[in-house]
Design a protein. Structure first.
Length: 500
């Protein structure tokens, strides 16, 4: 693979991404409706005629058909080629950032041949983030099958590929210091993760046997998160798609120009522009999806209040207590059950790292869900967000998922709120006789944007950006601006010490 030129791989990943984007269009439409992804085959919604193979060519098929059905001439939404084009550019952009820039030295150092299993997991996660963003924006739900597929892929491919020696020599340790903690190397850490996984499995078994009660038993019938109404959407227009793409490209170009001018290096600016274009493109798709919905489906009036919020919180806390107790017991028994962690197979360490990322990601957002539900007496966050951040943690690792949730997604949400205010999605007062001041944009897309940023650049650049903001804030408050503000790097160093 090392002798194959980069342009060849860019074309390959762009084509692969476009094909995946075509499948994502099916996922976005059928999954929330509970329909099969493979049957029936794709057909025109107007005349019902099955689509020919040449009509299903990603992106170019829509152009060849001039945006209309070959048989009944019904217009085909530009959403389909837009998603296909973006996913193709996303896959190619991730390859460029990982293997053609100095942003990800662990990947560029070993090349695609030595790190392809991890990069494959990244692409699976990236595709899932696109699907989740579009579904969550339209219906305020996250189908659990999407993040669960990401988790299953990470648990199957990453440990298996490490065990079979498909990574470059010492690649797992190299990638772990980038800082993506794929391996759990200490015997205390292995026992803690193992105990948490065993107790989580037990909790799910007891829940399935109805020994543990479900959180919302007796609260209300038919939660909006469980049985969403598919909101009729306005069709996308080609003008709106091109406008959103132009705005996203201009923002990325402006950032590239600013970085290139400030650093005096054109290449650095171009890299920054590519890195910014990945989440910006997904944000553009989310905005287009939101504008096609007459009313965002997350209005507070649609979320019924809880009859007994304390009872709901206690039920969820009881379930979460199982993996927490398992982790504590595993750590407590580490002295009594001493073994040489160096003799543990590498695939077990990688599997433990994947599990640790999932547990940390899901656990953080579940804690927010419990506290928020108690404070607001309503379901604060859906289980879809819990599983989504768990899937992100399974691929990116426990350190990166903390940054995604606590820092980067918060900045993304702030920028998103300001942008939606400018677009009129958060209008005070009444519009069309319906209250609009309580509109809320789903949080899943912000998690997706933050995860894409981390995938594209690693944590070094976000750490510098967050550190710079913290330093300026400290200086404004009269504190020492020269104090160490590298929050993410400090967190990573602490995690590495704990893993030893």
């Amino acid at each position: 693979m090392s002798t194959i030129p980069h342009w060849y791989w860019l074309l390959c990943f762009a084509g692969l991404g476009a094909c995946v984007g075509s499948f994502l269009n099916v996922v976005v439409w059928r999954t929330p409706r509970g329909e099969s992804l493979v049957h029936p085959p794709s057909a025109c919604p107007g005349c019902g005629h099955g689509l020919a193979a040449k009509d299903n060519i990603p992106f170019f098929g829509w152009i060849f058909l001039r945006g209309r059905c070959r048989y009944c001439k019904m217009p085909i939404s530009p959403e389909y080629p837009a998603v296909e084009a973006y996913t193709g550019l996303l896959f190619a952009g991730l390859y460029a950032l990982h293997y053609m820039t100095p942003l990800r030295p662990a990947f560029s150092g070993v090349g695609l041949a030595g790190s392809w299993p991890v990069f494959a997991a990244y692409l699976i996660l990236a595709a899932a983030l696109v699907a989740v963003t579009l579904v969550d924006t339209a219906l305020a739900i996250i189908p659990l099958c999407i993040p669960n597929f990401v988790l299953g892929f990470a648990l199957a491919v990453l440990p298996l590929s490490a065990g079979l020696g498909l990574w470059a020599p010492n690649a797992s340790e190299t990638l772990a210091t980038e800082p993506f903690l794929f391996t759990v190397s200490s015997h205390a850490g292995l026992l803690a993760v193992g105990g948490a996984v065993v107790m989580l499995g037990l909790a799910n078994l007891l829940l399935w046997l109805r020994v543990l009660p479900h959180s919302y038993d007796g609260e209300f019938t038919g939660s909006p998160a469980d049985s969403p109404d598919c909101v009729p959407a306005k069709p996308w227009t080609l003008k709106a798609v091109l406008k959103a793409a132009l705005i996203a490209w201009c923002l990325a170009f402006a950032l590239a120009a600013a970085v290139g001018f400030g650093s005096g290096r054109l290449v650095t600016g171009v890299v920054a522009g590519v890195a910014a274009a990945l989440p910006l493109g997904l944000a553009a798709l989310a905005v287009l999806k939101a504008q096609s919905i007459p009313e965002l489906p997350t209005n507070d009036v649609d979320m019924p209040p809880l009859n007994s919020p304390c009872k709901v919180v206690l039920r969820e806390a009881l379930f979460v207590a199982f993996p927490v107790v398992g982790a504590v017991m595993g750590t407590a028994f580490s002295d009594a059950w001493a073994f040489d962690a160096a003799t543990v197979p590498v695939w077990v360490k990688v599997a433990a790292g994947v599990a640790a990322g999932y547990l940390v990601g899901a656990g953080m957002i579940w804690a927010v869900r419990i506290v928020g539900s108690l404070a607001f007496r309503k379901e604060a966050m859906g289980l879809g967000d819990v599983h989504l951040l768990g899937g992100i943690g399974a691929v990116l690792g426990p350190v990166a998922v903390v940054a995604v949730f606590f820092m980067l997604s918060v900045f993304m949400a702030l920028l998103g709120y300001l942008g939606l205010r400018l677009l009129g999605k958060f209008e005070a007062g009444r519009t069309g006789g319906k209250p609009q001041s309580s509109m809320a944009f789903p949080y899943g897309p912000y998690l997706a944007l933050a995860a894409l940023l981390v995938m594209g650049t690693g944590l070094a650049l976000p750490d510098q950006a967050v550190g710079g903001v913290v330093q300026r804030l400290l200086a404004f408050c009269g504190a020492d601006p020269n104090s160490d503000a590298g929050i993410l790097s400090t967190l990573h160093a602490l995690a590495l010490q704990m893993a030893k």
